[in-house]
Design a protein around this ligand. Structure first.
Ligand SMILES: [Zn+2]
Length: 90
């Protein structure tokens, strides 16, 4: 039975016995787990597209902003906490 692997360059299935991918000319993946062979082309694609990561960072930044605001509120209220709090609320 012939072994096939995913090309690291273009993600196509190719014969593992080949040294280079006939589609894009990248060196054929040798060794490593099947998972690694599958992940690699996807990571490569993500790098090329560049969208996934940027979006994730943007979302992370928004989450951090929200978190910072929450923290400020918590810190403010704990500083005012003791005596002033009762006067304000009362
Ligand atoms: Zn290829």
């Amino acid at each position: 039975m012939e072994r096939v692997v995913f090309c690291r360059g273009c993600g196509k299935l190719i014969n593992a016995l080949w040294l280079y991918c006939p589609f894009c000319g990248s060196p054929v993946w040798k060794g490593g787990s099947f998972e690694a062979a599958v992940e690699e082309p996807f990571a490569e694609l993500e790098k090329k597209n560049g969208t996934g990561l940027e979006e994730r960072f943007a979302r992370m930044e928004r989450d951090l902003d929200a978190l910072e605001r929450d923290l400020d509120t918590i810190i403010d209220s704990s500083i005012d906490g003791g005596n002033a709090e009762n006067e304000k609320n009362g």
